[in-house]
Design a protein around this ligand. Structure first.
Ligand SMILES: Nc1ncnc2c1ncn2[C@@H]1O[C@H](COP(=O)(O)OP(=O)(O)OP(=O)(O)O)[C@@H](O)[C@H]1O
Ligand SMILES: [Zn+2]
Length: 715
């Protein structure tokens, strides 16, 4: 009752109502008349048996129970501790511990606890039996549980000077019965509740209220502790949530998540995707590859058809080709056509620094796939998991991973319904064990698309955007030799973006040409200020190339000429082969050389040999390369014969000089041919250069108009 402790609240709440009753019931009972007599009796007895020691004395008055008769004490005890008088053997630990407990309390709090007063000799002598039993039962009361709030309260109270100050201070913070307790001075002159009421001049009529307040204070204290408890619980909950969030955050860290994912099997690679929306229709320009994969689709659709005949299908298919040619797309299309789950894994995912992680991922992947057969497992960048087993500190466990992959591939039967498709840009880098029969035993090449393939791919992606009817995908396809499917997709996308930026409603050839040049040569440098002199030189240089191309029979048709700076160039002329060239004739090679020479020849003829520029260096590079290959590779030199010369550095000095001489002759002749053409067509050359200076860029048609001597329409 006198102590606060959050840990024993349930015990305290029951007796409180009893306590309030106990304060009031004696006065309200009919025996109140005899109360004063009994009070005197008490006093007499007490004075008779005054405690000899200076031990602090607290009587029933001190407890505010002075008006109680002895019988009423029993009544009070009974109401406080129901069932107390029933016979029960309560063994008391009190006698053995009260001295140390008292001194402990006194040392700690600087005052006596109320229980020690209950045990004081005067009360003991009079009501030894009852009090002894009360005290032995009170051991279950929260009297000796140290409370933090209590301590803080006391230390605060100590600092206060006067009693009134203390009261005012403690009124808001402490329960009133605790206040009463604390307000007592140390030592013998213990102030009683009655005295307190007297010193505070509390009128008789208000004394009951005062006592009730005493008990109410207790209730408040309880509420306070309850609050403390609640906030404690809240704090614990918040700490717990933070802890959980913290752990989750740590596990999200890629370094740690590796282990987590492995131990729990939560591997992203293990989630299949249904590929219904991707079919062979989506893959353009790789007809041969599609045909080869068609039988795999048939197998996945109907495995029994193949097993009945005893036919064996390859377990693994290796798609080989340069980046962006649609290998992943093809694998997805296989799963989509057959309508089976598609498991995607990238080889680099398996390449882990931790022992066994890569291997266990492969295990997980195959276990899941087998459970969902028929299905397709696609391993992209197979070379990074199945590369030659080089011991390297960067890939310490790659060997384990490859071995696991081999074991898994050996572990299932060919007709189990799991098809593994691997993709690589470097088939040479693959471990030989992986490409032997029984593993990746079928190889499908996915090459860069040819002009027909590029046209198809361009049409496919153009159909996804708004484009003008004048757009001819074939022209773009012809000018994009060596572009992969991904690059063509990007070209169309860039053109659409350009049209949007320019506020156009549709994509035209202009935007497509623009994005093609941007990809090939870098972005335009419109902001670069080129002075008129340099512009003029560039215009004559570029139209020199164009004139040679136009008037040379075996040269490629002109596509465009421009003096707009782009990337590292100040201008360029682009030529388009009618088709992808698989072979080139001697005449075609010579024509290419002549066109290259056209730029410098133009500079020399127009501005004089003293004013030639450095602008022709890449033209000469190009022409020299062609001449060198004609001599050393294609057997196109009469002097050196039909022989190849691979490592020219190791050749005899005579042969070397003979090669050099032949190359020089080819280049010189080419230069002369170009000079002849430009001299012959000096007028056209001038017209074209001026048109370029006016319009910056001219397309094939416009060039033709100028060269035919017609006037260009004003744009
Ligand atoms: N033949 C094609 N037909 C249609 N679209 C293509 C083709 N090739 C590539 N693409 C487009 O380019 C994208 C990238 O291609 P994909 O990822 O399949 O190439 P990849 O050969 O797997 O490349 P990598 O070797 O770099 O993994 C595709 O999603 C598709 O949009
Ligand atoms: Zn040039």
């Amino acid at each position: 009752m006198f102590s606060l402790s959050s840990t024993v609240q349930p015990q305290v709440t029951v007796p409180l109502s009893h306590l309030i009753n106990a304060f009031h019931s004696p006065k309200n009972t009919p025996v109140s008349v005899s109360a004063s007599i009994s009070q005197n009796q008490h006093r007499d007895v007490v004075s008779e048996h005054e405690a000899p020691s200076n031990e602090p004395v607290l009587n029933l008055r001190d407890l505010g129970l002075s008006e109680l008769k002895i019988g009423q004490i029993d009544q009070l005890v009974d109401s406080l501790l129901p069932g107390f008088y029933k016979d029960k053997n309560v063994s008391s630990h009190w006698h053995t511990s009260h001295v140390s407990a008292q001194s402990f309390f006194e040392n700690k709090y600087g005052c006596l606890d109320i229980f020690s007063t209950l045990r004081s000799s005067c009360l003991y002598r009079q009501h030894s039996r009852t009090l002894k039993r009360i005290c032995s039962d009170l051991q279950y009361w929260p009297g000796f549980i140290q409370s933090r709030g209590f301590k803080t309260l006391k230390s605060r109270t100590r600092r206060l000077q006067s009693t009134s100050e203390r009261l005012a201070e403690t009124q808001h913070t402490a329960p009133s019965f605790v206040k009463g307790f604390l307000l007592r001075d140390r030592g013998s002159d213990v102030e009683s509740l009655d005295k307190l009421m007297k010193t505070k001049n509390i009128p008789e009529a208000h004394q009951d209220a005062f006592k009730t307040g005493f008990a109410e204070g207790f209730l408040k204290a309880q509420a306070l502790t309850q609050k403390t408890n609640d906030s404690l619980r809240r704090t614990r909950l918040i700490v717990f949530i933070l802890l959980v969030v913290g752990i989750y955050g740590l596990l999200k860290n890629p370094f740690l998540s590796v282990r987590f994912r492995t131990t729990t099997g939560l591997d992203s690679a293990v989630d299949p995707v249904q590929m219904k929306n991707v079919t062979f229709e989506h893959v353009k320009g790789v007809e041969e590859a599609k045909q080869e994969l068609q039988e795999v689709v048939e197998f996945l659709k109907n495995p029994q058809k193949f097993t009945v005949l005893g036919g064996k299908l390859p377990k693994g298919i290796l798609l080989v080709g340069p980046p962006g040619t649609g290998k992943t797309l093809l694998a997805r299309a296989v799963a989509g056509e057959a309508d089976v789950p598609f498991y995607y894994a990238s080889g680099s995912e398996f390449d882990e620094m931790f022992v066994g992680v890569g291997a266990s991922r492969i295990r997980n992947l195959f276990r899941e796939a087998k459970a969902n057969a028929p299905c397709v497992i696609f391993i992209d960048e197979l070379d990074s998991v199945g590369g030659k087993r080089i011991e390297s500190p960067m890939h310490p466990y790659s060997r384990q991973t490859i071995n696991q992959l081999l074991a898994e591939m050996d572990g299932f039967k060919p007709n189990e319904g799991v098809i593994i498709i691997g993709a690589t840009n470097f088939p040479e880098a693959l471990d030989n064990a992986l490409i032997r029969p029984g593993r990746f035993d079928m190889q499908v090449t996915v090459p860069r698309p040819d002009v027909k393939g590029r046209t198809e791919i361009l049409k496919w992606y153009l159909n996804k955007i708004k484009f003008d009817q004048s757009v001819d995908p074939e022209i773009i396809a012809r000018g994009t030799v060596g572009f992969s499917g991904a690059e063509l997709e990007n070209l169309v996308n860039q053109a659409a973006l350009k049209a949007a930026v320019d506020g156009k409603e549709m994509v035209t050839m202009k935007e497509l040409e623009f994005s093609k040049d941007k990809i090939l040569m870098g972005p335009e440098r419109r902001s670069v200020e080129i002075d008129n002199k340099n512009k003029t030189i560039t215009a004559y240089h570029e139209s020199g190339h164009a004139i040679i191309a136009y008037y040379t029979k075996d040269a490629m048709p002109i596509n465009k000429a421009t003096i707009m700076p782009r990337g590292p160039t100040l201008g360029h002329v682009s030529l388009l082969p009618e088709n992808d060239r698989w072979n080139e004739t001697r005449a075609q090679l010579l024509a290419q050389m002549d066109v290259s020479m056209g730029g410098r020849v133009a500079e020399e003829l127009i501005f004089g040999s003293d004013h030639i520029t450095t602008g022709a260096s890449s033209d000469f590079d190009n022409a020299t390369k062609i001449a060198k290959r004609m001599v050393t590779k294609f057997g196109m030199s009469e002097k050196l014969g039909v022989m190849t010369y691979s490592d020219t550095g190791k050749l005899s000095p005579e042969t070397q000089s003979a090669i050099e001489q032949e190359i020089r002759i080819l280049l010189r002749d080419s230069y002369e041919r170009a000079k002849h053409i430009l001299k012959t067509h000096a007028k056209e050359h001038k017209n074209l250069a001026e048109a370029l200076l006016t319009y910056e860029t001219l397309d094939a048609k416009e060039i033709q108009i100028v060269l035919e001597g017609k006037k260009l329409e004003v744009r």
